[in-house]
Design a binder for this molecule. Structure first.
Ligand code: SF4
Length: 299
């Protein structure tokens, strides 16, 4: 299998075949993100992709795989016809594959027509992970996300129209220190995700990465990191304000989060809030600050 760069994949895809179809991120401007900072975006050749799929189809571990996760960066940026060609290669050699999934940006969805979204879904591209980050417009502007809150909602609604499974990845702590800003961010993110029907909501928490603009701002004293207390308050506020039409899984199973919570929204909302409240009441902000050594977290 050909892998050019460091691989990033969601925790849920730990058993999936990881297939490189692109390298790098076409946006590459989010202030907090160092994942593809020094990687020039490029597409993998269809010949190489087919050779990798054939190799996987002969591997006892992957031969019967049901999920394929396309690497790297934002492969959904590829034109629909190329994604469909990749899907055909996968299904030709690995007939057991049911789900082809990948990271997608809001702009990548916006750049597909309705007809293309429909064809992609029919081609088995039926799962997308979207870096939504926040429902607070000010936060999206601060981090250079490259899309507005309204655009994110509009594009997720288009995915709803074609019955895609998709997952919203969100980031607590983006706007730095302060309980009030944490509450506001949480409220706006919860409200935004209530307007759409994502299958899963995966919170992470912003962590400074050397070489990023956020790191530099922090080094100059122009950005003060959110406390662990702030981050947990924000997570609670997100959950409190989540009220989507359909049920959604929420799971904070990521090492950047202050606390692990998992449940179905809205069914488990009260339980999740009371679990967070218990921690907020039992622990002092000073104690909580020692729970995570963010210097050791790699994002
Ligand atoms: S967060 Fe996502 S969209 Fe933003 S630069 Fe990183 S990989 Fe690209």
């Amino acid at each position: 299998m050909k892998y050019d760069d460091q691989i990033y994949r969601p925790p849920k895809e730990f058993k999936s075949l990881l297939l490189q179809v692109t390298s790098g991120c076409t946006h590459n401007k989010c202030k907090f993100c160092g994942m593809y900072r020094y990687t020039t975006f490029k597409m993998e050749s269809l010949e190489q992709i087919e050779s990798d799929v054939i190799e996987a189809s002969n591997d006892p571990f992957y031969r019967y795989s049901k999920r394929v996760f396309l690497l790297n960066g934002n492969p959904f940026v590829l034109k629909a016809e190329r994604l469909i060609a990749i899907s055909k290669i996968i299904h030709k050699h690995m007939p057991n594959v049911e789900v082809i999934t990948m990271y997608a940006s809001v702009k990548d969805i916006e750049n597909k027509t309705d007809e293309e979204l429909k064809l992609l879904k029919e081609a088995g591209i039926n799962d997308l992970y979207i870096g939504v980050e926040s429902g607070n417009q000010e936060a999206l502007e601060f981090i250079n996300k490259g899309n507005t809150v309204d655009e994110a909602v509009r594009e997720m609604k288009r995915l709803d129209k074609f019955d895609y499974n998709y997952y919203a990845m969100i980031l607590t702590g983006l706007m730095g220190r302060g309980v009030d800003i944490a509450k506001y961010n949480g409220q706006k993110t919860g409200e935004m995700l209530s307007k759409v029907n994502c299958r899963g909501i995966f919170p992470m928490s912003v962590t400074l990465v050397r070489g990023t603009e956020l790191w530099d701002l922090h080094a100059k004293g122009e950005y003060v990191e959110a406390t662990e207390f702030d981050r947990l308050v924000e997570l609670k506020e997100i959950i409190k304000n989540l009220n989507p039409e359909k049920t959604a899984l929420i799971s904070s199973a990521h090492n950047s989060n202050t606390m692990f919570v998992k449940g179905i929204i809205p069914n488990d909302r009260e339980r999740l809030i009371s679990e967070i409240d218990e921690i907020l009441q039992q622990s002092s902000p000073e104690d909580m600050q020692g729970w995570i050594d963010r210097k050791r977290i790699r994002l």
